[in-house]
Design a binder for this molecule. Structure first.
Ligand code: NAD
Length: 449
């Protein structure tokens, strides 16, 4: 590791040692920039790393709301506006009980590089709250979303910061937040993405992240003369990203045999397709923290309590649930069982030592970091922003074709950057370097701001 990267990482650890997720994400990204920093001293001269790891702005605010029993509840809301060198801040909002400023800094930091990779003009940001939507009534969700937006609205705008959904924030929550923004700002703009079809949303946005993951997996497999056809696939999670990934993998002829939740995982040897995919959406509505009901409904499946799907023998693994859900032992197990590709759908689902293991074994197993393979979601959000600006809507086929092409382009950018800087086939280095170069050069062009 270069002296420069080391100094910046040590600085982060000294300043906020409790920000373990942010430090994990920064360590992975900065390490892979070593070859660039060595070749191009201008980045150190302009203190690009020190500036990159410091959010341009992070706001924290009170979110007061009243539950169905009439009791006053108080949460903390956050928005981290990390980097706007190449476009307005862009990144989702997460409502999940374990959200902290650390979580949102890690996600916002990743988002800078991911958004740059899409080729669209979007900076990086992320927001959220430790609000748990599970078990809340529709009225409670609406009141919380409205209270959240009552403060957030003064920090965002269609040319400033454009939030979207993430864990715990889907179409319904985006709708309640959009409604309140529209009322407060007295304008109808594309200030949020993931909107409903009749009020500015883009077709294919709901399925875009999962579709993009599988398009990316297909490109990776092609480098080995393979395709998704006939592959046995393990997916984790059963939320938005997992649902899109299961749908597209099945369409391309693969057999998806697992999905998972915080309670364990489902193994369905017959494959998860047709009405079983439709049931995933219903399960989210019943209890988004429990995958077990699937095995009660479909007798072909077994539920493995407290376990994760990576113990299954599969050709392709798609982690699509949450950060740090695939560790070193599981990475070793996947390789030993002949898995050919691990393609991340979630953000940072693999632990740092698992990522290092995959990189060290790149000749045997393909590995893609989420910032490359899950970028289809934010890319389609970018397409939603374009449609809103033009006040036009594209057909599903047109959006899907653009999404597909963007994933092909991201794959090529990663492969080219990895090869150019001496680590061919290393998608982690390729994604980080390709994402970094555009942002860093734009920061230099724009002076010290
Ligand atoms: P979601 O809320 O629709 O689904 C989340 C899934 O994770 C659910 O199946 C839930 O049961 C599971 N989960 C929650 N906590 C868990 C835990 N502690 N352990 C194991 N599983 C847990 O969210 P989503 O939008 O599908 O997001 C999933 C991942 O993909 C996240 O990392 C998110 O940041 C990332 N991502 C989402 C999008 C998007 O467009 N939605 C885009 C890019 C990346």
């Amino acid at each position: 590791m270069s002296q420069y990267v080391n100094e910046v990482l040590e600085g982060l650890k000294k300043k906020a040692p409790w920000e373990s997720l942010f430090i994990q994400a920064a360590t992975e990204i900065l390490h892979s920039l070593d070859p660039v920093l060595e070749k191009e001293p201008k980045y150190k001269k302009h203190a690009i790393l020190e500036r990159l790891v410091e959010p341009e702005r992070a706001v924290s605010f009170r979110v007061p709301w009243v539950d169905d029993k009439g009791i006053i509840r108080i949460h903390t809301g956050y928005r981290v506006q990390f980097n706007s060198a190449i476009g307005p801040y862009k990144g989702g909002i997460r409502f999940h009980p374990n959200v902290t400023l650390d979580t949102l800094k890690f996600l916002g930091f990743e988002q800078i590089f991911k958004n740059s990779l899409t080729g669209l003009p979007m900076g990086g940001g992320k927001g959220g709250s430790a609000f748990d939507p599970n078990g809340k009534s529709d009225g409670e969700i609406m009141r919380f979303c409205q209270a959240f937006m009552m403060e957030l609205f003064r920090h965002i705008g269609p040319d400033t910061d454009v939030p979207a959904g993430d864990i715990g924030v889907g179409g319904r929550e985006v709708g309640y937040m959009f409604g309140m923004y529209k009322k407060l700002a007295n304008e109808f703009t594309g200030v949020l993405t993931g909107k409903g079809q009749y009020w500015g949303g883009s077709l294919v946005r709901p399925e875009a992240t999962g579709f993009g993951v599988v398009y990316f997996a297909e490109e990776m497999l092609k480098t080995k003369g393979e395709t998704m056809m006939g592959k046995k696939v393990a997916v984790s999670g059963f939320g938005n990203v997992a649902w899109g990934a299961v749908t597209k993998a099945t369409q391309l002829g693969a057999k998806v045999v697992t999905i998972s939740g915080p309670d364990g995982y489902i193994h369905d040897a017959d494959g998860i397709s047709g009405e079983k995919i439709a049931y995933m959406e219903e399960m989210l509505r019943i209890d988004r923290m429990s995958v077990a009901p699937y095995a009660q409904k479909f007798k072909t499946a077994q539920f493995h309590a407290g376990k994760r799907p990576w113990e299954q023998k599969v050709d392709v693994a798609l982690p699509c649930a949450i950060q740090n859900e695939l560790n070193l032992d599981e990475a070793k197990g996947l390789l030993a069982n002949g898995c050919q590709a691990v393609v991340e759908g979630a953000n940072m689902p693999s632990t740092l030592d698992a990522v290092e293991f995959f990189q060290a074994n790149g000749d045997k197993i393909l590995f893609s970091p989420g910032k490359a393979s899950n970028a289809g979601g934010v890319a389609t959000s970018g397409l939603e922003m374009s449609q809103n600006s033009m006040r036009l809507g594209w057909t599903a086929q047109e959006v899907d074709a653009r999404l597909h092409q963007i994933m092909v382009n991201i794959h090529k950018s990663c492969v080219d950057a990895a090869a150019r800087f001496g680590t061919p086939g290393n998608y982690v280095n390729g994604a980080n370097i390709a994402g970094f170069l555009k942002v860093a050069d734009s920061m230099i062009d724009q002076g010290l701001v």
